[in-house]
Ligand binder design. Structure first.
Ligand SMILES: [Zn+2]
Length: 320
């Protein structure tokens, strides 16, 4: 498949930002819309999905999942035809934070490198095939693909592809809440015996600054971006999510009938690879602002996070 520019560009709603910012819930809600198809975190697809056969969000091992089996066939004839060593090599060379200067330069000049193009040559068919396998949207058009990779580098790389209409949903949460969450040990049910990594508050705080400034810079380069704060999402889930859907190109008011007050009723299986274990959770979820950090994060850690993020806290709507 060669990149084409024009009205047939595949819309990709990219969920960006730091993990533990409410992104999984937001992805689950978006996946309920008949106009969307979630694919999970494509940045991890090759290793955790194709190579390690971790479980999809629907509960099936990767190749046993009907969605991903059909995607592999439509995109490559079979997953077995993919040069897995090469694509994993490309991912670790190109799709990472240290490559951001090169990716941003390519976005500015409109000229991407051979390796960037080669990597997109693997990702693009997966996104396009996911939309094809998902079938048409109720309006007859192509479904919007939800990519929840979250990494700024993945968003910026996808934005290089002229055949993709990439729209970034930039999700933020109070850095002290994010930092607190990353100190907690959480199991990964899709990978037996493993748990999610934990990070020191100072590391999370640094990431918070660079990541959020990076998404702001990506928006300044012309990549369509909608910012959503976790706290605003929980203050008014229906209005926040409808605004996100409108941003993705879905017209209408109160687009989320599955949100009733602070309870959400989920129906659609989510064929997502990698991500927060919360994606395996049941059908009914009560939305509640998680501000446990206010009492549970110790004073020293709180002060450290505030000190590191202070120069940009206000800019993103948070108190120092
Ligand atoms: Zn699945």
């Amino acid at each position: 498949m060669s990149p084409e520019q024009g009205p047939d560009r595949q819309t990709v709603l990219f969920i960006g930002g730091l993990g533990r910012s409410g992104t999984t819930l937001i992805e689950k809600l978006l996946n309920e819309l008949p106009q969307t198809q979630a694919v999970g975190e494509t940045v991890h697809l090759w290793e955790r999905g194709v190579r390690d056969q971790e479980r999809c969000g629907c509960g099936q091992p990767f190749t046993a999942c009907p969605h991903w089996g059909a995607v592999g066939e439509a995109a490559f004839g079979s997953w077995a035809n993919v040069d897995l060593d090469r694509v994993i090599d490309l991912r670790w060379k190109q799709d990472r934070s240290r490559m951001l200067p090169q990716i941003f330069r390519a976005l500015r000049s409109g000229r991407s490198s051979d390796e960037q193009n080669e990597y997109l040559g693997y990702l693009r068919p997966v996104l396009q095939a996911s939309a094809a396998v998902a079938g048409p949207s109720p309006d007859g058009g192509t479904k919007i693909i939800l990519d929840s990779s979250k990494h700024l580098s993945t968003a910026a790389l996808l934005a290089l592809d002229p055949s993709l209409d990439v729209r970034v949903l930039h999700v933020l949460r109070d850095p002290r809440g994010v930092a607190h969450s990353w100190t907690k040990v959480i199991d990964r049910p899709e990978a037996d015996g493993q748990s999610m990594p934990t990070y020191k508050p100072s590391r999370t705080a640094l990431r918070w600054v660079t990541d959020n400034l990076g998404f702001e810079a990506l928006a300044k380069l012309g990549v369509a971006t909608h910012r959503l704060r976790y706290e605003d999402f929980l203050a008014n889930p229906q209005a926040s999510m409808t605004a996100v859907a409108n941003f993705a190109g879905i017209a209408g008011h109160d687009l989320f009938p599955m949100i009733e007050g602070m309870t959400i009723h989920l129906q659609n299986p989510m064929h997502s690879i990698a991500g927060n274990p919360l994606r395996f959770d049941g059908d009914e979820i009560t939305l509640k602002l998680d501000d446990a950090w206010k009492t549970e994060l110790d004073a020293k850690a709180k002060a450290t996070v505030t000190r590191i993020t202070r120069p940009v806290l206000k800019r993103f709507g948070y108190q120092a």
